[in-house]
Design a protein around this ligand. Structure first.
Ligand SMILES: [Zn+2]
Length: 445
């Protein structure tokens, strides 16, 4: 490569991790090195650069001005812009959205404003046809999305304080003015490019093939964590279609892979291995789940049975630190089946509080359930412990003793989890109970 020092550093990191795996096994400190967000600019030569952020921004120089693939978030875009301007003074001419998530489109208003201030034409904004549908959906689900994102990323959508910190979640959208459905041949920064659509994390994803540089801008198809194909609080994801996209990318034999999160990768074989590993992991979860569904299994049997290949689970780019395989199974169930979980009592359920009151009376009181929950939790049976703690708290919602126990159970559960999504939900449960019980909040660190 003819990259600058920062590009070389990122590519060496990814090469080492792909070729050799973790040094001494996975640990959190090493996993941080896979997620550069420091606004450094990696120059790969040939007018192709990447500014590391959340999301990254890929910049292409040439033609009638800069092309940006993604714009980062509203909060991080100014630092991206500063970094970018040390590399090129050209006005932003084209913005490509890999998809409509806020960390990819949130910086667009700033870049559009700056182009106007520089007297340049209004940027071309290119995205899949479903990006506009997504923006409309965000407008109609603003309160919901504000809360789930506060919970997922900051652990702060406390049940008792809904609405208290409800600053506006949606941004001022910069709508695509060029959209496509399957694929689009397009000039980006004076070079030939092809945009492909595949479903995966979202139904509006685009990935970019730059034949001249043999480079792919992969959006969120590769993020250096286990694919976000299971997300418990969000709309349908598409694991098998995701795998298909990875195989289509691999078939182009790219030499440089520029993801929207995590490390860029250089080298045809290395990229091939990563893409195929991710495809294989997802295909395997889908195949195992469909086999069980076809054989009449319930959702609970699927959750207890389907496993990710332990060799793949070790890969530095498949760590379940964000989403996790178990959550993907729910999405496969929902995609190919229905929402019913196979438990007839859940088809038209009683209110959980009613059931909890009955069960707790039978068990001899909520306190007994709560103390058994703590016992199970101490023994490491967190799944069962959480059920009992939940029943106890629903039966006695104002009991400080019960909530002290529930807080302990969920705190321990959170601490034993790896994925941000599980940690966030359990951490919130622990914090809500701690605040009801008046004990120190164990979920704020
Ligand atoms: Zn993203």
């Amino acid at each position: 490569m003819t990259g600058n020092a920062y590009a070389d550093d990122l590519l060496q990191r990814s090469a080492r991790l792909v070729d050799e795996g973790w040094e001494g096994g996975f640990n959190a400190a090493q996993s941080k090195t896979t997620n550069p967000v420091d606004a450094g600019l990696a120059d790969f030569g040939g007018g192709v650069a990447l500014v590391a952020s959340f999301s990254h921004v890929v910049a292409l120089e040439g033609g009638s001005g800069l092309t940006l693939v993604d714009t980062s978030s509203a909060r991080l875009a100014p630092a991206v812009e500063t970094s970018l301007r040390a590399w090129s003074e050209d006005p932003v001419d084209t913005i490509v959205y890999t998809h409509g998530h806020l960390d990819h489109v949130g910086g667009a208003p700033m870049f559009a404003r700056m182009a106007a201030e520089a007297g340049a034409r209004t940027p071309r904004v290119v995205g899949h046809a479903n990006v506009a549908e997504r923006f409309r959906r965000y407008d109609t689900t603003e309160g919901y999305n504000h809360r789930i994102n506060a919970r997922q990323f900051r652990g702060r959508a406390r049940l008792g304080s809904l609405g208290q910190d409800a600053q506006k979640w949606t941004v001022e959208w910069v709508w695509p003015n060029v959209s496509f459905v399957d694929r689009l041949e397009i000039d980006l920064g004076g070079r030939e490019a092809m945009l492909y659509h595949d479903k995966g994390e979202t139904d509006d994803h685009a990935w970019v093939w730059l034949p001249e540089s043999r480079a792919i801008c992969g959006g969120d198809f590769l993020t250096w964590v286990f694919p976000n194909a299971g997300n418990p609080q969000k709309v349908q994801r598409y694991p098998l279609e995701w795998a298909k996209a990875m195989r289509a990318m691999a078939a182009l034999e790219p030499e440089l892979f520029l993801p929207a999160h995590g490390l860029p990768i250089a080298g045809r074989d290395r990229i091939h291995r990563v893409l195929v590993d991710i495809a294989t992991a997802l295909e395997s979860l889908v195949a195992q789940t469909l086999d069980l569904m076809n054989a009449g299994a319930t959702l609970y049997e699927v959750l207890a049975t389907v496993k990710l290949d332990p060799v793949l689970a070790e890969r530095p780019y498949l760590q379940a630190t964000y989403d996790e395989p178990e959550f993907v199974l729910h999405n496969i169930w929902r995609l190919y089946g229905g929402w019913w979980d196979g438990d007839p009592s859940q088809l038209k359920p009683a209110q959980p509080e009613q059931l909890a009151t009955e069960l707790s009376a039978l068990a001899g009181g909520a306190e007994r359930l709560a103390s058994r929950a703590v016992e199970l939790s101490q023994q490491g049976d967190h799944r069962l412990a959480c059920h009992l703690a939940e029943i106890a708290a629903r039966a006695e919602p104002a009991s400080a003793g019960v909530h002290t126990a529930r807080s302990e159970v969920y705190r321990r559960r959170r601490d034993g989890e790896l994925s941000l999504m599980a940690k966030a939900i359990y951490g919130e449960a622990a914090a809500v109970s701690a605040s009801i019980a008046g004990t120190p909040d164990g979920a704020t660190q």
